[in-house]
Design a protein around this ligand. Structure first.
Ligand code: HEC
Ligand code: HEC
Length: 418
């Protein structure tokens, strides 16, 4: 462990050593600014709300855009880590849809993270209010209930960035360029953890993916279940398998990986064909380890939640590997083979994956809180032959959005980025 004064010295040296530090800005923002859309602020349009939200004023819109631009700089700012060695962008890399191509990421001191870094696309889908009561949220275990809270966790996390939030104001004071950015976003140059969280969250909410071959295909048909003209036969077959039902009712993969917006991502609501995630925590039978020590502790000590995880959006999944919370699968082929024949019994195993693929054939299969004896299950998972597995992988690859992976609005603005 390096003593505190030494650690401080290393940060000061790090900042001073940035090329052209005395003369030029460390980062570059375009003039005029990029436009971040399409949403203004958090998507709080509740289905039950009676009044439409008031349209924002021109001044609010300007501040909102400035907030996203500030968030972009902070996302790539190494000063947010204790020793200046890590930014959010180190582990959430744009060319990988903001995931990390390594199984585990390396934190600021060189230690590895415990879980695989998640893709940060379409986080705006998870609007805070309704999920607080349903006990799900951000991170693999759903522990953060709002994005504003989630983005402050990695900064303080001892492995990831290791910076106490009280130090944020002094840290950002090291670069005088922040004064104007905070002023534009908040009307004053005061730096607080809350403001840093708001800016990071706003930036992340802007990261949406809409230019994949899937989106092109969807735009050409009256309903998602219709074969897409631009798809190969294999991709269309894979799409049918993914949706799980010709009637378009959510089934199979879609029941856990396709939700509806903006509030209810789940099988009970009508499915939004563009939303490739749900937010419930589920057990997929990766591990049969009820009796063993070392299972992921249930959230808030609740055994019903043991080994349940949330899956990040499947958009761009082709480039976000390795896969699963522990990055155990290197390729999409391995993931799909797992669903076909690798699913193991677990007391929290989701109903969709129990008992000979009943849900696979008939759509949504019922409650996921079943207490049935897992060992009584004959055939678990979603049985598929090789051809079907290959078709599914072909379909998953149509979700890649190359534009997003190089969109300058989300790119590293630092001259000397890391
Ligand atoms: C050292 C690597 C590392 C750094 C640095 C890092 N993250 Fe992460 N991030 C991860 C890992 C690993 C996870 C999954 C952690 C878990 O679930 O416990 C994650 C998960 C997240 C999630 C949850 C996404 C979701 O879909 O639920 C958000 C949001 C996030 N990070 C934002 C950030 C922000 C903002 C920063 C910078 C302030 C940052 N991360 C810095 C590795 C990192
Ligand atoms: C019972 C709900 C459920 C079903 C059904 C399901 N999944 Fe998943 N999926 C999950 C969960 C939960 C995770 C994350 C699991 C973990 O990391 O422990 C996941 C992870 C994944 C991942 C890796 C995502 C990443 O970023 O690491 C892919 C790819 C995937 N699923 C594809 C599919 C396909 C294709 C199907 C249909 C054959 C399918 N899933 C069926 C719940 C489900």
């Amino acid at each position: 462990m390096v003593s505190t004064p030494l650690r401080w010295l290393s940060v000061v040296l790090f900042v001073a050593a940035a090329p052209g530090w005395a003369q030029a800005q460390r980062f570059h923002l375009p003039d005029p600014s990029y436009v971040y859309g399409p949403r203004f602020g958090p998507p709080l349009r509740d289905r039950n709300a009676t009044e439409l939200p008031k349209p924002p004023s021109a001044d609010e819109l300007r501040r909102d855009q400035a907030l996203a631009a500030l968030g972009r700089v902070l996302f790539y700012e190494p000063l947010l880590s204790r020793n200046g060695q890590r930014s959010c962008g180190s582990c959430h890399q744009q060319q990988h849809a903001f995931a990390d191509p390594r199984r585990f990421s390396t934190g600021h001191t060189g230690r590895a993270t415990e879980r695989n870094s998640m893709s940060l696309v379409h986080l705006a889908d998870l609007s805070p209010a309704p999920y607080q009561t349903r006990g799900v949220g951000f991170f693999w275990d759903g522990r953060a209930k709002t994005l504003e809270a989630a983005v402050l966790q990695p900064i303080q996390h001892p492995v990831e960035m290791g910076l106490p939030l009280e130090l944020l104001p002094e840290r950002l004071a090291m670069d005088p360029a922040y004064g104007a950015l905070f002023l534009a976003a908040f009307g004053s140059d005061l730096v607080t953890a809350g403001r840093v969280g708001a800016a990071l969250a706003r930036f992340l909410r802007a990261i949406e993916s809409r230019a994949s071959r899937y989106d092109e295909g969807l735009a050409q048909v009256p309903h998602v279940v219709v074969d897409f003209p631009g798809f190969t036969a294999a991709e269309n077959r894979g799409k049918r398998l993914f949706l799980g039902s010709v009637s378009g009712a959510p089934g199979a993969c879609a029941s856990c990986h396709m939700g509806s917006r903006p509030v209810t991502c789940g099988p009970s609501a009508s499915v939004d064909a563009t939303c490739f995630q749900t937010f419930e925590l589920r057990n997929t039978g990766l591990e049969q380890r009820d009796q063993r020590a070392g299972a992921t502790p249930g959230v808030a000590g609740n055994p019903q939640r043991t080994d349940r995880f949330r899956a990040p959006s499947l958009r761009n999944v082709e480039v976000t590997g390795p896969y699963m919370h522990d990055g155990r699968f290197q390729t999409l082929e391995e993931v799909v083979r797992f669903y076909a024949r690798g699913v193991r019994p677990h007391r929290n195993l989701d109903a969709m994956l129990q008992g000979g693929g009943a849900g696979w054939r008939s759509g949504w299969g019922g409650s996921s809180d079943s207490d049935r004896d897992p060992h009584a299950m004959a055939e678990l998972g979603l049985p598929m032959n090789r051809q079907q597995q290959a078709d599914l992988v072909a379909f998953l690859r149509t979700l890649t959005d190359r534009e997003l992976l190089r969109d300058p609005r989300f790119a590293d603005p630092f001259r000397n980025g890391r």
